[in-house]
Write a protein that binds this ligand. Structure first.
Ligand code: BG6
Length: 490
């Protein structure tokens, strides 16, 4: 199915990028602008104003950005393409502490807008530490750049959206003092991934999937996100966050909501349907239904790696979780009796993310010995695709063997999938908020995460160590065993 926005070009717009020299901007956001431009999806009246402390001229900024883009873009880097994009780049030197610099930014935005013909449309992209949000928003309001009543303005913010429900609410009220809900785009980059965007079309457009999508056939759902990387120099942030706040609260809860939601009918939005799911989620008896772990040293990514507590910037006695697993129940007729199991961790044996529907075993008596369980696996990364796993009679023998039927993006489609950030930047510019979690979704997901975090803080002994390069702590396996189940092998 063709993405309905793939041929739409956004209205002209001047984008101010805060945190332009940061890791995310260098690796994802700047390259996404180049890739969109390369694909002909940016409007002629586009301008990008980088805001950073460096003593750069506009030319120096553009040259630096070129190096980062060359290194990280998805489409081919072409000098000719970049030379056409470069005149759209502007730079404003400043720090968030300097109020007068926001006046400079305002002037630079006006100049960029005038020169490029952006027609007053502005987008503020905040790829900055959460502690800086209040200051930046206040300054944007102070200099008259941010305006609640101006429908031509947008703000894009990167997670974390707070540390818990309370701080998320504070952030939401701060944002809503400057912007109206339709102007706010909260990034959850998993929602920009092609396979995640395909979950609803695959399910709703294909009876072979939708007919099976309920606890009548599905025994349980597993949502897994495995990483081989460790904390990667982000200890300052991660020590306070941990796996549950970093990933489960957002990416995994969003995947759960997308998987469990009902079809939007008669003008309803996917957001509304996701909210219904998040409201009906519950967790209980957390001693038995959750697990958390922290990676110790071991072999990962083909080499010996240190444990989390030995990572630079990490407290040697840290109790931060780098692995989290949780059973969630969704109280809806569709999912009655079919729980959702979520798990995520760093320094695991492979990098892989998937949603798997695991089916009930047939009730009728079978002449065959009991075999494995059928599954339908939506592989988000790597090797995006869908796999059906089932049992087949082995040739010439009366026994069952595991068999697999698959669809892979790589073999089915000639064109490569856009990076999540291409999809998200484009949608934000188009003003389409469907891929961005709303305030209510974020807060509902925090409610669940807070309950889990509170339990863990009262029970520090629940933290287990797991060897780097393994598939996580034993507690995760025990969690499933208690329910007579076991995790799929990733
Ligand atoms: C981010 C988390 O949201 O997602 C990181 O903050 C994590 O800790 C990253 O590494 C994983 O993203 P991806 O796209 O590489 O799976």
């Amino acid at each position: 199915m063709e993405n309905s926005y793939s041929n739409r070009i956004p209205e002209p717009c001047a984008v101010a990028l805060f945190g332009v020299t940061g890791h995310l901007s260098r690796h994802k956001i700047l390259p996404a602008f180049y890739d969109l431009f390369h694909r002909g999806l940016l409007p002629a009246g586009f301008a990008l104003v980088g805001f950073a402390r460096r003593e750069w001229s506009r030319e120096e900024f553009t040259e630096w950005a070129k190096g980062e883009i060359r290194e990280n873009c998805r489409t081919d880097f072409k000098e000719g393409v970049f030379s056409l994009l470069a005149p759209h780049f502007y730079f404003c030197r400043g720090s968030f502490d300097e109020e007068e610099r926001f006046e400079d930014l305002k002037r630079e935005m006006e100049k960029a807008s005038r020169e490029q013909g952006a027609g007053g449309r502005k987008m503020f992209y905040l790829s900055i530490p959460p502690a800086s949000f209040p200051k930046v928003i206040e300054r944007l309001k102070g200099c008259g750049l941010a305006d609640l009543n101006d429908p031509l303005q947008k703000v894009v913010i990167e997670k974390p959206f707070g540390w818990d429900l309370e701080s998320a609410k504070d952030l939401d009220s701060l944002l809503s003092s400057a912007f109206s809900p339709s102007q706010i785009f909260r990034v959850d980059h998993y929602l920009g991934k092609e396979m995640v965007q395909n979950l609803l079309p695959l399910r709703f457009e294909n009876p072979i999937f939708s007919a099976l999508w309920s606890s009548k056939y599905v025994d349980h759902v597993e949502i897994s996100m495995f990483e081989t990387a460790g904390v990667e120099g982000r200890a300052g942030y991660y020590e306070k966050a941990g796996a549950a706040r970093d990933v489960l609260q957002n990416h995994l809860m969003q995947l759960l909501a997308l998987t469990a939601m009902e079809r939007p009918e008669g003008g309803e939005s996917a957001r509304e349907k996701k909210i219904e799911v998040l409201k009906s989620c519950s967790i209980k008896d957390l001693k038995r239904t959750s697990a958390r772990g922290q990676y110790a040293s071991g072999f990962a990514e083909g080499r010996f790696v240190r444990g989390y507590r030995q990572e630079p910037g990490v407290d040697p006695l840290s109790l931060t979780d780098t692995f989290a697993a949780l059973k969630v129940e969704v109280a809806s007729p569709r999912w009655e009796g079919a729980p959702f199991y979520l798990r995520t961790g760093k320094r695991l044996d492979k990098r892989s993310a998937e949603v798997a529907l695991v089916f009930r075993r047939p009730e009728a008596a079978s002449p065959f010995a009991p075999a494995g369980q059928d599954s339908l696996v939506f592989k988000i990364q790597p090797d995006e695709g869908v796999w059906a796993e089932f049992e087949s009679k082995a040739p010439g023998r009366e026994i069952l063997r595991d068999a697999r039927m698959g669809f892979s993006y790589r073999s089915e489609f000639a064109e490569g999938s856009p990076e999540a950030y291409e999809n998200l930047v484009l949608d934000a510019m188009l003003g389409d908020g469907s891929l961005f979690p709303s305030e209510e979704e974020t807060e509902l997901a925090w409610k669940i995460t807070d309950e889990l975090e509170e339990f863990w803080s009262l029970e520090p002994s629940t933290l287990e160590f797991y060897e780097a390069g393994s598939c996580g702590p034993l507690g995760a396996a025990r969690l499933m065993e208690r329910d007579g189940r076991k995790w799929r092998k990733m």
